[in-house]
Design a binder for this molecule. Structure first.
Ligand code: AMP
Length: 212
């Protein structure tokens, strides 16, 4: 199964991708996580991407498309994948279409996680993440363990992302509405789009996938 999770930052794409990944043995491909890994390792790509990410802007399409090409053609994706945070622009979506056509495997579904802007701001300012394994916490609803160690990987590496400050979140939302929201029509016109209320339970997407 090949899925795209579309929606604003903080809509629950990463959280629900973790649930779907388990259930269907899919590879979870998050371009944000991949980029953060490059930044952490200080690769050339990471150095190029960092300034864009810190300001809440999009990393240039060519950089992202090259990164995705090798990710989706690897063996780990034999059962399929969930693309989380990609595509984010129309040129990225067009490039994905070309890549999948070359591979002879079209997308099965694009799930749009719908959440209003103020919910996003309140969720992301209270989000904490494990910088080792990417596990997601929320200081109000799912607080990190008191000993500071991640429940998933056991490392004491739970942090607030630099781009989860209110100012940067508002910029990321602007970028979403301008550059990513056009993909809703792009995929609706191909009859691939399903809408999901992003404020529902954290495994709501399973019901949606099972229903088809
Ligand atoms: P995310 O974790 O998905 O919110 O992504 C964090 C940041 O990484 C974004 O604000 C962008 O700067 C960058 N990024 C992630 N995915 C993409 C993409 N598909 N295209 C361009 N920039 C991206």
């Amino acid at each position: 199964m090949k899925l795209v999770f579309l929606g604003p930052p903080g809509a629950g794409k990463g959280t629900q991708a973790a649930v779907v990944k388990e259930k269907y043995s899919l590879e979870h491909i998050s371009t944000g996580d991949m980029l953060r890994d490059h930044v952490k390792r200080q690769t050339a790509l990471g150095k190029e991407a960092k300034a864009f990410m810190d300001e809440g802007k999009l990393v240039p399409d060519e950089v992202i498309i090259n990164m995705i090409r090798s990710a989706i053609s690897g063996d780990a994706c034999s059962e399929g994948f969930i693309l989380d945070g990609f595509p984010r622009t129309v040129p990225q979506a067009e490039a994905l279409d070309v890549l999948l056509e070359e591979m002879g495997t079209p997308l099965d579904r694009v799930i749009l996680f719908e959440v209003d802007d103020e919910t996003v701001v309140s969720r992301l300012t209270s989000r904490r993440v494990c910088s080792t394994c990417g596990a997601i916490y929320n200081i109000h609803f799912d607080p990190p363990p008191e000993d500071g160690k991640c429940r998933v990987c056991g490392n004491a590496t739970i942090i607030q992302r630099k781009d989860d400050s209110e100012e940067v979140i508002r910029r990321r939302l602007e970028v979403y509405h301008e550059q990513t929201a056009p993909l809703i029509e792009y995929y609706a016109s191909k009859n691939l789009l399903s809408r999901l209320d992003g404020t529902g339970p954290k495994d709501a997407v399973l019901a949606l996938l099972g229903r088809r």
